[in-house]
Design a protein around this ligand. Structure first.
Ligand code: CIR
Length: 253
């Protein structure tokens, strides 16, 4: 179960965020409203939400999931793969010091976006992507082992991050799409498969037995409900325009 979440407010500079989506510029005011609803959803799942201020120098700063990996007493600050995002870690490291005594840090030449890291119980799957390299994954696995966890890597070639295409819903269940449907590394899970046209919704988020699902994907919502979960649909259209999914908007621990 999670007790805490950390989010960061979007800044007006979000219009300059990195994107390949081709969906147009995000609307700042609408992004704020969607962010408010996201925070409320986390609170309704019983989490205490720490809201960090926007940093205008970092247009992608609200995608906090990429800059840290948190698990009970293990905190890792990453080294994001995109140069424009590397500086986001400074304020995150300061924030995490309020919660964690020891903080590990990924160092060069390693790069890791924690959107590439899916935790499933005590095991962490790390996607090797355009943002996360083998040196970074190796460092993360080393830190995890110090705390009694383990990790392994999966090569990915589709989507921005591993978690763009797979989410762990606890109870040995995953929501999965695209190339990951046939990855032997994930064969041990019960898969809720998502069709390519709904791929964005494979990034859904388990929070204390509820599942946050992006609004606009009724087939996915029905499949997750049929698997026994209560769902909360959230409109995150403005973050989708920046290749961001639901999970990227928070760190949950
Ligand atoms: C980026 O390209 O880094 C951001 N525009 C989107 C990051 C999304 N993060 C995530 O999926 N974990």
């Amino acid at each position: 179960m999670f007790n805490q979440a950390i989010v960061r407010r979007p800044g007006e500079s979000l219009v300059n965020g990195i994107t390949t989506a081709g969906l147009g510029q995000p609307d700042y005011q609408l992004a704020l409203k969607q962010h408010d609803a996201y925070i409320q959803a986390l609170e309704s799942c019983g989490l205490t939400v720490t809201v960090m201020e926007a940093e205008e120098d970092y247009p992608d700063g609200m995608f906090v999931e990429d800059v840290a990996l948190l698990k009970e007493r293990c905190a890792i600050v990453t080294r994001p793969g995109a140069d424009a995002r590397k500086g986001e870690t400074e304020s995150m490291a300061r924030q995490l010091a309020e919660f964690f005594d020891q903080i590990h840090t990924v160092e060069a030449p390693g790069t890791v976006d924690a959107g590439d890291i899916k935790m499933a119980g005590k095991h962490f799957y790390i996607g090797l992507s355009e943002r996360t390299n083998a040196a970074g994954a190796e460092q993360v696995i080393g830190f995890l082992r110090e705390h009694g966890y383990d990790g392994s890597t999966i090569m990915i070639s589709q989507g921005l991050h591993l978690k763009s295409s797979v989410s762990y819903l606890e109870n040995n269940k995953i929501v999965v799409t695209g190339e990951l449907c046939s990855k032997p590394e994930l064969a041990r899970f019960k898969a809720i498969e998502i069709e390519p046209e709904d791929a964005y919704s494979a990034n859904s988020v388990w929070v204390n037995d509820r599942v946050l699902v992006p609004a606009g994907y009724p087939v996915t919502s029905e499949k997750i409900k049929a698997a026994g979960y209560e769902i909360i649909e959230l409109d995150v259209s403005e973050f989708k325009k920046l290749d961001g999914g639901l999970s990227c908007l928070s760190l949950r621990f």
